[in-house]
Design a binder for this molecule. Structure first.
Ligand code: PTT
Ligand code: SF4
Length: 616
């Protein structure tokens, strides 16, 4: 077998044992890697209905057959598990040297089970696994942890770690690497914390040999050249994702005051041009020639420092909570990275608390844009102190605990807080959030730009069809290759490179039909996982789990060019039903038996039926 390593490493923290497990050619060609492999392993290995924070839940670190090879932006990996925030499938994608090193371990994935008796650092190398005492690291920030591990083990190791938030099981704690890369919005850092796992250190030795090295090198070099020749290249390396602040404001989708509006009065204080004026350097993930990690130096009246900024972080910790200018936002962003908290959920829970306070549904007074309060709440969340203990549970649990009308202002899908696009006037993007396989995240479909091009306010079946295509490319193909999707999204690298590169790496012919078949299989298995876990945990499953936040249907925009706009329920349901039929799922959003069988998932159908799910 070429391109893949053909096995995964299984580590049990409870008994400090590890072994290698072979992966069949059939599994690898059918799921490719990354997210595809992660869901296959979670489906097979996790006990049905397992508590996400119990030792029996598995944490998966997965690379794919393109990871680490010399081709654009290939230094990425997937971290996946059953999510403690949503109770369903969760994952995140991270650009770090750990991805390249993991590939050089000679495995396609690392599967971690159990709970260490005391805080532990896992050291993964080609000699196997070392279970290092992590007590000296427990309590440190992610930066301190990484620096101390590098000092002890050498600069050539790569570190994935959690901060105080992961240790205290904040439900949206993430895994951090290289002081500003973050992965696993739905609590992948929380799962690490529940396992007493402070950090994973990776040091590999050699990459698997590709099937057709010459072809791979030729295609890779050509693709690198095309990236640099793109007309969008120069502006991209200037502003990266931060250019989206201005775009979102102009299109009235910049999340403002807990997703109540799509425009922010002070947007010019947090936009990409301000970022450029503060920028000190740019960071890139491994093997990337279009770096977008914009590092800025910030100064406020109380502190100064360096932070790496992205659109999502700035919109959620800026306009969504009424905070400006960028100096302040950058500091809160840095705190989130040090504590290991997802910035998107953080901006949501704080924005939600501000709105509840304004509406008199929360006793504490928290004003929009109150910088001192935002910093204090961020710390309280990380350490689960005071009000922070409630906010650490995420928006959905906050709504349940607060009760009354609080649910009307809760902005989440399936328990995952919404990322930074307001959808009062974007029905296709609302559908993208609602059907994303991890809860409300834009990773699988940044549909808003397409929607604006093809008829923003329309509720058409065409949108549902295009959405499925986009999800299959982004969430199906890129998440299983695993490479960064931005060369395609931002500088228009021809998508056709990817099936060709995959073919050169593995020696199997991947046509577009074959790639889409794999993507459909991945989406359908993830959906089956959600259904299985909900039913086994006694939760109700219906199309209602695929609805966007109530607020977008009931509380129109009150400002900006789209004042008065809100979503239409009937139009949305028409699109959702068409989405289901394109995917081969029934009107409850459950895969049909015929769909499962067509995708080679017949045993999944039987398992769902055993749980009492009647398949159509
Ligand atoms: C991603 C989500 C995003 S998406 C952002 S900014 W973005 C936030 N970043 C955070 C952060 O930083 N610190 C923090 N404490 N929390 C954060 N939460 C948020 O997490 C990221 C880039 C970006 S920047 C994007 S869009 C693209 N995402 C890709 C993807 O998902 N898949 C893929 N194949 N390629 C991608 N390329 C781009 O990568 P999650 P990263 Mg991230 C400081 O993890 O859980 O998927 O959520 O990985 O290495 O930081 O690169 O405007
Ligand atoms: Fe990383 Fe940005 Fe390059 Fe993608 S484009 S690999 S996120 S630096």
């Amino acid at each position: 077998m070429k391109g893949w390593s053909g096995r995964y490493l299984y580590v049990d923290l409870s008994n400090k044992k590890f072994h290698y497990v072979s992966l069949s050619e059939d599994v690898l060609t059918s799921f490719i890697g990354g997210r595809g492999l992660a869901i296959k392993l979670l489906w097979d290995l996790n006990p049905v209905g397992v508590d996400p924070l119990s030792p029996e839940n598995h944490l998966i670190l997965a690379v794919g057959p393109l990871t680490g090879y010399p081709l654009p932006s290939s230094g990425k990996m997937v971290i996946a598990s059953k999510s403690p925030l949503t109770g369903g499938y969760g994952d995140g994608n991270i650009g770090t040297r750990a991805a390249v090193e993991l590939r050089k371990l000679g495995v396609d994935a690392v599967v971690i089970k159990g709970r260490a008796e005391k805080p532990t650092v896992l050291y993964l190398s080609c000699d196997g696994v070392e279970f290092k005492d992590g007590r000296d690291y427990w309590g440190l920030t992610t930066k301190e942890t990484e620096e101390k591990l590098e000092k002890e083990l050498g600069k050539d190791v790569s570190v994935l770690s959690i901060g105080p938030a992961g240790e205290r099981l904040v439900k949206y704690a993430t895994v951090i690497s290289e002081f500003g890369r973050s992965a696993g919005r739905p609590g992948m850092g929380t799962v690490m914390g529940s396992k007493n796992l402070k950090a994973v250190v990776v040091k590999g030795c050699s990459q698997p040999e590709p099937a057709n090295r010459d072809e791979l090198l030729k295609l890779g070099a050509e693709a690198y050249r095309k990236v640099k020749e793109s007309p969008s290249y120069e502006f991209w390396v200037r502003q990266g994702t931060m250019a989206t602040i201005e775009w979102s404001q102009k299109n009235s989708v910049l999340p403002t005051h807990n997703f109540s509006e799509g425009v922010f009065d002070y947007w010019e204080g947090i936009d990409g041009f301000i970022m450029e004026s503060m920028k000190t350097r740019v960071k890139a993930c491994p093997n990337c020639n279009m770096p977008c990690g914009n590092v800025v130096k910030y100064v406020t009246s109380t502190e100064s420092g360096e932070a790496e900024l992205d659109y999502e972080n700035v919109a959620m910790l800026g306009s969504n909570i009424g905070l400006s200018p960028l100096n302040k936002v950058a500091h809160v962003n840095l705190l989130a990275d040090l504590y290991g908290i997802d910035t998107i959920s953080l901006g949501n829970v704080i924005g939600y608390a501000m709105e509840l306070s304004e509406k008199g549904l929360l006793r504490e007074r928290i004003e929009w844009g109150d910088y001192a309060k935002v910093k204090e709440l961020t710390r309280q969340i990380a350490y689960r102190e005071g009000l922070g203990d409630l906010l650490a549970e995420g928006v959905a649990t906050m709504a349940n605990k607060i009760g009354g009308d609080a649910w009307k202002y809760a902005v989440h899908v399936k328990g995952l807080e919404v990322s930074a696009y307001d959808c009062h006037a974007a029905p296709g993007m609302a559908l993208a959030y609602a059907t994303s396989p991890i809860g409300a995240h834009h990773k699988d479909a940044w549909f808003i730009a397409t929607e604006i091009r093809i008829g923003r306010f329309d509720y058409t079946t065409e949108k549902a069809e295009r959405l499925v295509w986009m999800q299959n490319v982004r969430g199906g193909m890129f998440e299983s290759l695993v490479t960064c999707r931005l060369p395609w999204v931002e500088v228009s690298l021809d998508l056709d490179y990817y099936p060709k590169l995959l073919t050169a790496a593995t020696g199997y012919t991947y046509t577009w039909d074959k790639v889409f078949e794999v993507a459909n299989r991945i989406y359908t298995l993830i959906r089956s996982f959600w259904v299985r876990e909900f039913i086994a945990s006694g939760l109700k499953w219906s199309y209602e789990v695929d609805l966007p936040p109530t607020k977008w249907f009931t509380q129109p925009l009150t400002k900006g060019p789209l004042k008065g706009m809100k979503l239409d329920v009937d139009g949305y349901m028409k699109m959702l039903n068409h989405y289901y039929s394109v995917r081969g799922w029934d009107e409850r959003g459950i895969p049909k038996r015929s769909t499962l069988e067509k995708l080679g998932l017949g045993s999944v159908a039987s398992e769902l039926e055993k749980l009492g799910v009647s398949l159509k």
